[in-house]
Design a protein around this ligand. Structure first.
Ligand SMILES: [Zn+2]
Length: 656
């Protein structure tokens, strides 16, 4: 199977009113530009979300303005193939407006009896499009197009879009639900059936594409990563961080999750964009902004993919070619150290249903700000490779988790838990009460809660009652459990009694209720620490989290000094006989409505300590110039200083 190194993707959803698709297009010039940029894989449209085909089809709707006999996709494919650049064929599966116009009976019907779907009609991305029902005859039509492309062009793979799993109550879906004993009027069954339908389509496409047998890339956007690895052959993280539905918290989550799933070393692509949003032709993000996304991915085992737009007549603007050439030229210098590198970690965060929500965003940010090396895992992952697990805010213990935790405790594993994590699914008691070191009393305490550190921990936060900005449960410490912080009650709870408002609620009396407890294996916070950090980003909450980590993890893999800013990011990767330390110094700033990265930031004399785990250091050097750096062995760590970098720095530590 082809393993791409530098990919480009051209969006090309061209309306029927466009009169010159492919007119005057010079595929050789276009391919020269791709070669200049340094890409080795190009994603190009075979069929767009408007329902038009750009290849030589006998079945589908060619774009009406393609000249007779013009095979736009084929021209691009041939010109790129001559230059040894691979092509992935893009199909929009879920959206196909022209087919919906010609065959309204192929469209999804929403449960409130509409063809236009509210999620799409007003969407920031691809509004006003008809959504196709993949249980209607559209299904066979779509499959025949995919088969046609596979037979006609020796492409490297298929990128299949818009597996959106929107519920449909057309006659085909209603009959399908009835056959499975589902209730077509029940919203839960409608949603479940839509999921099953998407999965069934992926399976059928997989039988045509045969990605594993024929060594083809195949990925379905919208389908879960596990299903993608089952029916497809690689993973792709689509993330335009400037669009609110993704943002700058998406890639940090997906990168740490996807790499736990690719057991057979499947490729993971990191798709960003040169613009702010799909359909935004007139923007070019700064080099620093695009670099930040791509270095982040590379340092975490993902190969770069830059999203762009194909202009109907094939014009490729110099400004874009120049920018992308500069960016890929810069990244390529580091390839020897990125190739097949893996990311060793100290811990994993458990999110039973892996979702990017307030809690996961906050826990990822806090761990990143503390330079911790970690994975994200769900209930299905193998937990046994991790010594330390973080169960943030809401991880109640069901049967699956109970079994995994029992194994984890038995081997001496450690847990950091917050909020209701550790309670049974009904929230009535701690399932591993002895290990947790606390017993459950009540669901709620005060509104608002405050906390104070106990004597031995008074230096962790400033001396005043602070708020976790979150609800706390009422618990009681068991004998022998360390109580590092206790709750402080307010004068009265917030509220309105019908006449008087209680809005100003100062802290009053300290209580005996524990806020943070620690045992040999568990550090527990009775408040939803991460939800609180998401609301107010209070650095004291991060200090508490660090204290809990310090209690259970004596020697973190990577330490940087205070001079390393909290917004900067640090990663460790490894190849046989060497480890790489990646430092990223960029900051997304909210300017008006847009989060932008304008420039790479400079940093000087950053001290780094990397845990050795018994390995003997041969040399330390900066990449890609291989300039040696002085180092000192300090116990189980090698310490060195990164003298200067701007934006991104990679240092390699080679072992004997
Ligand atoms: Zn349907």
């Amino acid at each position: 199977m082809y393993k791409p190194k530098y990919a480009l993707f051209f969006d090309n959803h061209t309306q029927q009113c466009c009169t010159n698709v492919g007119h005057g297009f010079n595929a050789e010039n276009f391919a020269d530009d791709i070669q200049r940029i340094g890409a080795d894989l190009v994603g190009f449209h075979a069929k767009c979300n408007q329902g038009f085909c750009y290849y030589d089809t006998k079945i589908g709707n060619r774009h009406p303005s393609l000249q007779k006999g013009h095979d736009l996709f084929g021209d691009v494919f041939n010109a790129l193939s001559k230059r040894n650049i691979k092509v992935c064929a893009y199909f929009n599966c879920g959206l196909s407006n022209e087919d919906g116009v010609m065959h309204p009976e192929w469209c999804k019907v929403t449960p409130d009896d509409k063809i236009f779907h509210k999620y799409v009609l007003d969407s920031d991305i691809t509004p006003y499009l008809r959504i196709m029902c993949i249980n209607s005859p559209y299904r066979d039509y779509l499959l025949s197009l995919i088969r046609e492309v596979k037979e006609k062009y020796p492409v490297a793979g298929f990128l299949l879009d818009s597996f959106n799993a929107f519920p449909c109550v057309c006659k085909h879906c209603v009959e399908g639900m009835r056959k499975l004993g589902m209730d077509p009027k029940d919203p839960e069954d409608q949603a479940k059936f839509a999921q099953l339908s998407d999965e069934r389509l992926a399976k059928d496409i997989s039988e045509i594409v045969q990605p594993r047998r024929d060594g083809l890339m195949m990925f379905c956007l919208g389908l879960s990563p596990r299903d993608n690895l089952k029916y497809g052959s690689y993973l792709e993280c689509e993330c335009l961080p400037t669009v609110p539905c993704w943002g700058y918290d998406w890639l940090p989550a997906k990168s740490r999750y996807f790499r736990t799933l690719t057991q057979n070393n499947e490729s993971i692509l990191n798709m960003t964009g040169r613009f702010y949003n799909w359909g935004d032709f007139g923007s070019l993000r700064t080099d620093a902004a695009i670099e930040y996304d791509l270095f982040f991915g590379l340092a975490n085992g993902m190969r770069p993919n830059i999203g762009d737009h194909f202009i109907p007549d094939g014009t490729y603007y110099r400004g874009i070619v120049n920018s992308l050439s500069r960016i890929y030229g810069k990244l390529k210098q580091y390839d020897p150290w990125f190739d097949d590198a893996k990311n060793p970690v100290d811990m994993a965060v458990v999110l039973p249903e892996m979702t990017v929500n307030e809690t996961s965003k906050a826990v990822i940010r806090m761990l990143s700000e503390l330079n911790m090396q970690f994975d994200l895992i769900d209930s299905e992952n193998d937990w046994s490779k991790y010594d330390l697990l973080v169960l943030p805010d809401y991880v109640n213990v069901d049967d699956v988790i109970r079994e995994k935790l029992a194994v984890h405790f038995k081997k001496g594993g450690k847990i950091i838990a917050t909020g209701t994590s550790g309670l049974d699914v009904d929230g009535t008691h701690f399932v591993f009460e002895k290990e947790w070191g606390v017993s459950f009393k009540a669901e709620k305490t005060f509104n608002p809660c405050y906390f104070c550190m106990t004597e031995n921990y008074k230096d962790v936060t400033p001396e005043l009652p602070l708020t976790p900005n979150a609800d706390c449960i009422e618990a009681e410490a068991l004998p022998g459990t360390i109580e590092a912080a206790k709750l402080v009650a307010p004068y009265y709870d917030k509220g309105f009694d019908g006449i008087y408002s209680c809005f100003y609620t100062p802290p009053a009396a300290p209580t005996e209720l524990p806020f943070i407890t620690m045992t040999k294996q568990v550090a527990y916070c009775s408040g939803k620490l991460f939800s609180g950090y998401f609301k107010a980003a209070s650095v004291e909450l991060r200090s508490l989290f660090k204290m809990m980590i310090d209690h259970l993890l004596a020697e973190p893999m990577l330490l940087t000094g205070e001079k390393f800013p909290s917004f900067a990011r640090a990663f460790v990767s490894e190849q046989p006989s060497r480890k790489m330390v990646h430092l990223l110094n960029y900051i997304p700033e909210l300017r008006g409505e847009m989060l932008i990265v304008e420039e790479a930031l400079e940093a000087y004399n950053i001290p780094v300590k990397l845990r050795l785990d018994g390995q003997k250091v041969k040399k330390v050097y900066s990449c890609p110039d291989r300039e040696e750096i002085d180092f000192v062995i300090d116990g189980n760590y090698v310490t060195f200083t990164v003298p200067y970098f701007k934006g991104y720095s990679m240092t390699a530590v080679e072992f004997e």
